[in-house]
Unconditional design. Structure first.
Length: 162
C-alpha cells in the first residue's frame, strides 16, 4: 500500500508540474526574467540559448528532494523529486526534440496530439515580445488547437480522396 502512495505522489507531482511550468513560463519567463527567455522567442546565433538555464529552476529542487529523500530514507520526498525529474524529461522530449527539433528525431507526425502541441507552441512563438502571449503550458493543449489540427487533417484527407 505504501508503494502505491509513493506512486500517487509521483504521478500527482508530474501533473502538478504542468501547472508550475505554465505559471513560471507566463509570470517568470515572460516577466522579470525575460532577459533569459528572450532569445527563445528572438533567436540569436548558436545552439545554446540563455533560456536553457531555466532547467535549473526545476532540476535543483528535484535533485535536492532526491538527495535528502535518499539520505533520510524519506520516500515521500524522493517521490516528489522523481515526479519533477520525470516532468523535466518529458519537457525535454516534447519541447526540445518534438517541437523545436533540436535533435532531428521525430520530424514528421500525423498524430493529432503532437500536431496540436506543435501548433499551440507555434502560436506561442508568434509573439516575439514579452507581452500578449498565449499557450504557456506544454502538455495540456487548448481545445481550439485540437479543433484546428483535426480540421486540417480532415481537409487533407478530403483533398487526397478526390
Amino acid at each position: 500500500m505504501q508503494t502505491f502512495i509513493y506512486f500517487l505522489i509521483f504521478i500527482g507531482t508530474f501533473f502538478f508540474m504542468e501547472f508550475m511550468a505554465w505559471f513560471v513560463h507566463k509570470y517568470v519567463m515572460h516577466g522579470f526574467m525575460w532577459y533569459f527567455h528572450k532569445d527563445h522567442h528572438q533567436p540569436e546565433p548558436g545552439w545554446f540559448e540563455k533560456n536553457d538555464a531555466f532547467f535549473l529552476i526545476f532540476a535543483v529542487p528535484s535533485f535536492l528532494l532526491l538527495l535528502f529523500g535518499f539520505l533520510n530514507g524519506n520516500h515521500y520526498l524522493s517521490s516528489v523529486g522523481f515526479g519533477i525529474m520525470a516532468y523535466g524529461a518529458g519537457y525535454f522530449l516534447i519541447h526540445d526534440i518534438i517541437i523545436h527539433q533540436r535533435f532531428k528525431l521525430f520530424t514528421r507526425s500525423d498524430n493529432v496530439y503532437i500536431r496540436a502541441i506543435r501548433w499551440a507552441h507555434k502560436m506561442h512563438h508568434k509573439h516575439i515580445g514579452k507581452h500578449d502571449g498565449e499557450s504557456f503550458g506544454m502538455l495540456i493543449v487548448n481545445k481550439k488547437y485540437w479543433q484546428k489540427v483535426k480540421a486540417d487533417l480532415k481537409r487533407k484527407k478530403e483533398s487526397v480522396g478526390r
